[in-house]
Design a binder for this molecule. Sequence first.
Ligand code: NAD
Ligand code: TYD
Length: 334
Amino acid sequence: MKPFRSILITGGAGFIGSHFTRLAVRSHPGARVTVLDKLTYAGNRANLAGLGGAIRFVRGDICDAALVARLFKGLDAVVHFAAETHVDRSLGRSADFLRTNVLGTHTLLEAARRAPGLRFVHVSTDEVYGSRARGAFREGDPLNPSSPYSASKASSDLLALSYVTTWGLNLSVTRCTNNYGPNQHPEKLIPLFVTNLEEGKQVPVYGSGRNRRDWIFVEDHCRAVDLVLRRGGAGEVYNVAGGQEKDNLAVTRAILKAMGLGRDRIRFVEDRPGHDWRYAISDAKVRALGFKPRESFASGLARTVAWYRANAAWWRPVKAGDFQSYYRKQYRQR
Ligand code: NAD
Ligand code: TYD
């Protein structure tokens, strides 16, 4: 494969996108790396701290067709992370999810079909398959999303794949399980709980706490995306799993243990509407490309807790902003 000379990363100021941007700078030496990010409540320039002149940062919206067309000139790869990503928010603000996740992806695809030779990775989620009591979903299984978030991601996956069939795009889709690690917005389970505990608060476990997720350390996910970028086939979907399935109470207990705190800090709260019981995927296909996660849940969680403890200056302003007002309305019992 020829080295990429110019890579566009959408959503590169967010959690996973920023880790991927760091990886791209290291693993594609000589490539011009551009980040396109709207800096919504979830985007944070501080996530790209230290990268300085190694990247070009463009603040803008993936729905802006004129801007996207300009940025696609001379590009040879796009890695598309930009999205509205939080299930709870999608219950209250679903229009934002449809706009960015569906129409924004459509805008990128329209530009991509006018860019011959472009390689495109559309980053998606295991949530598009829906919940599954036993066993694991494979890439060819039907999509059965439960929330406006996962339905908008499923729509964008299908749209992306349709551009392979119709326009011959060289595009692959990745569907990953729950990520955790440094720089994740404290609206998501692990950083919310770690930062609440740092603040002396309790942690709100939804429902019975028995819902199950498979967890992957963010850097492992990024390595899988980079591998798919280089070796993935056009029109192919790749599940990316962490292989560390746990129920939410087990995750909560692991956090409490890592922070030396007791179970009295757990507070059971009203369940999330439509709360998917369990996500599970088979990752044999991406493993056949050569991928294997490196971080165990215990070591990844220790790194994550240490990062949040050392970086209160990163998360305190985030928790004081949009986050607070949104959650006060959404879940009063917090
Ligand atoms: P995030 O919410 O932390 O970051 C999203 C980024 O996209 C932010 O920087 C935001 O400013 C930007 N953005 C949002 N709307 C935009 C728009 N219209 N134009 C340009 N930029 C915009 O998200 P994340 O957790 O890093 O997830 C990144 C991608 O990975 C998403 O596509 C998500 O569906 C997928 N994914 C996430 C997980 C997970 O556990 N977090 C798991 C599997 C897949
Ligand atoms: P989350 O991090 O929002 O990711 P997703 O819903 O995309 O899997 O939630 C992970 C799990 O943790 C999910 O089962 C919901 C649960 N959860 C809580 O119990 N309490 C919380 O405050 C949050 C944010 C999530």
